[in-house]
Design a protein around this ligand. Structure first.
Ligand SMILES: Cc1ncc(COP(=O)(O)OP(=O)(O)O)c(N)n1
Ligand SMILES: Cc1nc(C(=O)O)sc1CCOP(=O)(O)O
Ligand SMILES: [Mg+2]
Length: 242
């Protein structure tokens, strides 16, 4: 059976989902309208409690990717969290992306890895994860870094930070114009990150962003994560309509 093509996303056949180590991984492809790329909190103390929050968030609507971004956490703890959250992501065709660590992306059967400029070069990450997993690269506010990453084969480039973030203090300010420029010229999808909320994201949609990477704007949303995901998706649909 050929893979199902659905709004720019290719899903594995149902018969191959959740059946041990996967050959086909959920892909991040250029979408027709913007999509959400959810970033985890930096610490998850109780995986089973967070699993309920993630389920609720994903019940709010479409989420293209969920990045496990645990900082200063031992590998065995990352493994425990990934093992708890992987089936939730797989069930909903949400790509599970490991932050910083291509080795763990492979070991923990994630769909891809995100690497920053201080983590390792794109080529090294690709060598470790192989051709079937996604590799995304932080390009801050640099056209040059983004062109280099896309040329090298990155599955997406990430620009930011567009707004002040309460999740990460040291960030490079990025201008929305870089998204306008990228989306007008390039086919490789671009992700915007940094302090993005339901309230402030509209200019990024107008600029043609492919994915909004959001942490605080979902987990700290007044009405809860499910309502945040629903509100983002309503904005995406409204923006996609003529
Ligand atoms: C989608 C996405 N974009 C950018 C980043 C930032 O990555 P990096 O610069 O490596 O910083 P840390 O996340 O490792 O603190 C990201 N994680 N995801
Ligand atoms: C992980 C990260 N990287 C950034 C960058 O600018 O590269 S901003 C950021 C934090 C994202 O969380 P929030 O949506 O809560 O601001
Ligand atoms: Mg990093």
């Amino acid at each position: 059976m050929p893979p199902r093509q659905d709004n720019g996303r290719i899903s594995p056949p149902a018969s191959r989902r959740g059946a041990g180590f996967r050959i086909h991984h959920t892909k991040i492809r250029k979408p027709v309208t913007a999509r959400l790329y959810l970033i985890s909190p930096a610490r998850i103390e109780h995986p089973s409690i967070f699993a309920d929050e993630l389920r609720a968030a994903l019940d709010g609507g479409d989420v293209a990717a969920f990045q496990l971004r645990l900082k200063d956490v031992p590998d065995d703890e990352i493994a425990r969290v990934a093992d708890t959250l992987r089936p939730i992501c797989q069930q909903r065709d949400t790509a599970l992306i490991m932050n910083d660590r291509p080795d763990l992306a492979v070991k923990l059967d994630c769909d891809g890895v995100h690497v920053g400029q201080d983590d390792m070069p794109y080529a090294e990450a690709r060598r470790i994860v192989g051709p079937n997993r996604q590799v995304g690269v932080t390009c801050k506010a640099s056209r040059h870094l983004a062109m280099e990453a896309a040329e090298a084969g990155a599955d997406y480039v990430a620009f930011g930070a567009f707004f002040p973030s309460t999740t990460k203090t040291v960030t490079t300010p990025a201008d929305i114009e870089i998204v306008e420029w990228w989306s007008a010229l390039m086919q490789v999808p671009c992700v915007a990150i940094g302090g993005i909320t339901v309230e402030n994201c509209k200019p990024l949609l107008v600029a043609g962003v492919d994915f909004l990477a959001v942490s605080g704007g979902v987990w700290n949303y007044g009405d809860g994560p499910e309502a945040a995901v629903r509100a983002f998706n309503e904005l995406f649909s409204a923006h996609g309509q003529p």
